[in-house]
Write a protein that binds this ligand. Structure first.
Ligand SMILES: [Zn+2]
Length: 315
């Protein structure tokens, strides 16, 4: 049912009056704005909203020539994002960077003008262009990868700008550096660094102060390589103070990001050591405790079990 509403919407792109039906069916998450710098904002779900709410955190970055966004939440939030942009500036949205393919980070891409320069890692464009969207996840957009949002008439929204390892957009105070360091949450994750603001959007390579969801089955993520990718990001990115995580309700710090890597890699190490010692997944999970230096990170048992199982299996 929801899928048919979504398909109806895409024929009237940009006319938000069509959202009424959708709104009636789903309580909207309210959004909270954090000013990171005088031209950079984090658009988060209100912390009172449980679960996914409106999707991942969006960054709003005002350049000389227009507005660059990082991630567009779930389908139907284009109007909310644009309303927040309009409180900040009259400049048009000219660039949208997606940190990865997932429905809760690319969901409202098609609610912006198709003249926007959409920018993603090359593997993420592959997922968005793929016709293999039947992952059975049953999410609002029909597919966690959200590639079915970019078929037919909406193929014009497939990103026109891609990169492999690094890409720099704009210059001077507007400079944005994009980095891909390998597999993790998916195989196409981008770290977005706002140079002058000394700030970074991590996408879902750092979701919150806890163990991450990792999309091994649908987007070629890797729990085993996730930790190495975090270490490469820490070694390869410098001069960042403030971090916009994928889903945390507030901004955090570079030190929190470094601690997340330590916390995550400790789970990987304990799993590999446990396996080498002949212990089962159940035994490794049962014996795990969060190290005291990472006490502000959470490891819910279901998330811990899936992470340990993936690493145990070499995935
Ligand atoms: Zn994701």
């Amino acid at each position: 049912m929801r899928r048919s509403i979504g398909l109806g919407m895409v024929t009237i792109v940009g006319v938000f009056a069509t959202m009424t039906t959708y709104e009636a069916r789903q309580a909207r998450a309210s959004l909270t704005v954090y000013e990171i710098a005088d031209n950079l904002y984090m658009l988060a779900n209100a912390s009172s909203v449980q679960g996914m709410g409106g999707g991942g955190n969006t960054a709003i970055f005002v350049t000389d020539d227009g507005v660059a966004l990082v991630d567009t939440k779930i389908k139907g939030y284009g109007q909310d994002i644009l309303a927040e942009v309009r409180k900040i500036t009259d400049k048009p949205v000219t660039t949208i960077i997606n940190t990865h393919t997932h429905w809760d980070h690319t969901g409202s891409n098609t609610e912006f003008p198709d003249t926007v320069d959409f920018v993603v890692h090359e593997n993420t464009r592959g997922h968005m262009a793929s016709q293999d969207c039947d992952d059975g996840a049953g999410f609002e957009g029909g597919s966690i990868k959200n590639c079915d949002a970019f078929t037919g008439a909406n193929a014009k929204y497939l990103p026109g700008t891609t990169y492999s390892d690094t890409l720099t957009l704009f210059s001077g105070a507007d400079q944005i550096d994009l980095y891909h360091f390998g597999r993790g949450h998916t195989d196409g994750d981008t770290f977005v660094v706002f140079r002058a603001a000394r700030a970074m959007h991590t996408g879902d390579m750092f979701q919150r102060l806890g163990l991450p969801f990792i999309d091994v089955p649908n987007s070629n993520g890797s729990a085993t390589e996730f930790g190495e990718t975090l270490k490469k990001a820490i070694a390869g990115i410098s001069n960042v103070d403030t971090v916009i995580p994928g889903h945390n309700p507030t901004p955090v710090t570079w030190d929190d990001f470094v601690n997340f890597s330590g916390f995550y890699n400790d789970v990987v190490m304990k799993t590999q050591q446990g396996k080498a010692a002949g212990r089962s997944v159940d035994e490794i999970v049962a014996s795990y405790t969060v190290p005291s230096q990472y006490s502000d990170f959470s490891a819910p048992e279901n998330r811990l079990r899936s992470t340990v199982q993936y690493v145990f299996d070499g995935q």
